[in-house]
Design a protein around this ligand. Structure first.
Ligand SMILES: Cc1ncc(C[n+]2csc(CCOP(=O)(O)OP(=O)(O)O)c2C)c(N)n1
Length: 322
């Protein structure tokens, strides 16, 4: 059982992710953020529950939908928001945008929009840790769409063969853009594929942050003890449309009834209710957490908007290595 400080820490992380994404959503209409965005509202419990058990020097890799992981791993929020505005102070120096977040200081080695592309990268990083004989863990986050890629299967086989310290976190939100999992897979359980390679594999409620935390903790300790990879399929749902700030419910793809069901399973509301029922959180604390996070977000947006843009003559900087 986690101690109260960690329980509250998880809550703050989830609330920060939700509030940052709500603010991005609100500001996006002004068209100053010249980057595609993919919001993960509804999926906050996964990044929060997993990253709770990682050290600063452990590694993570994300996808096109990586704001949550960047925040949960302790990435610099000011640099993240500046990256959304493509400013020189951004975490990718304004060259990457929302889909290319990086903060090596805290082990965020990068996110990539190539679906499935981060899986071999993270597997390779875990191989490096094994060869260097350090006890660093690599976590790779990806969606249910990424398991359709060959790189997924090649990497899993290799990871088990070499007993690599890597954790595969599949955020199964059922949809890859507008294509439902049932149109792409013959079975419903992705974790069984990983199980087929011989990797300890689980399917859990990805909206239950305590469950995610419990499975992640075990997976991390397996890695540190040299026991090899773990696969965790986290069942969840994204509230917003695939890209941007659109709502795509009821227009031919995602049915209203499905959406309503998942809204009723809001991971943050469930967790806040749990913390209040067990006396770990009260309304007063909740209000002050709200204020603290709002201030952090205001500071990050002010920093980003006041930061300089790259100059035209700097266009070719970083294209070639010195
Ligand atoms: C190799 C590759 N194929 C196709 C695309 C186009 N694409 C971008 S996101 C996406 C769906 C990804 O779905 P999933 O992996 O489930 O992640 P989610 O968007 O649900 O987080 C696709 C097909 C791409 N970026 N890369």
């Amino acid at each position: 059982m986690l101690e109260n400080e960690k329980l509250i820490g998880l809550y703050k992380t989830m609330q920060t992710i939700r509030k940052v994404e709500r603010k991005i959503e609100e500001e996006y209409k002004y068209d100053e953020m010249k980057t595609p965005i993919h919001l993960s509202i509804g999926q906050e419990a996964i990044a929060a529950g997993v990253c709770l058990h990682l050290r600063k020097d452990d590694y993570i890799f994300g996808t096109h939908r990586s704001h949550a992981q960047y925040i949960a791993k302790g990435g610099d929020l000011k640099k993240m928001i500046a990256e959304m505005y493509l400013r020189k102070t951004g975490c990718s120096l304004g060259r990457g945008g929302s889909m290319h977040l990086i903060d090596p200081e805290v082990g965020i080695l990068g996110s990539t929009a190539i679906v499935g592309g981060n899986i071999p990268l993270g597997t390779g990083t875990a191989l490096a840790s094994k060869l260097q004989n350090n006890d660093k863990v690599t976590v790779i986050f990806f969606g249910d769409g990424a398991v359709d890629e060959g790189t997924f299967h090649e990497s899993l086989n290799f990871a088990l063969l070499k007993k690599l310290p890597v954790i595969y976190i599949c955020e199964n939100n059922h949809w890859a853009i507008n294509s439902h999992q049932s149109q792409r897979h013959s079975g419903e359980s992705i974790y069984r594929w990983a199980d087929g390679y011989g990797i300890p594999s689980y399917q859990i409620d990805g909206n239950d942050v305590l469950k995610v935390s419990e499975y992640a903790e075990n997976a991390v300790s397996r890695c540190r003890n040299g026991e090899g990879p773990t696969f965790i399929e986290c069942i969840t749902y994204r509230w917003k449309g695939h890209i941007g700030t659109v709502n795509d419910v009821g227009i031919g793809f995602r049915p209203q009834s499905e959406y309503d069901y998942w809204i009723s399973k809001d991971p943050i509301k469930w967790y806040a209710d749990y913390l209040k029922a067990t006396g770990v959180l009260n309304d007063k604390m909740d209000e002050s957490i709200d204020e603290e996070i709002d201030q952090l977000i205001d500071d990050a947006f002010t920093f980003a908007k006041n930061s300089p843009k790259p100059l035209p003559e700097e266009l070719m900087d970083f294209v070639f290595a010195d």
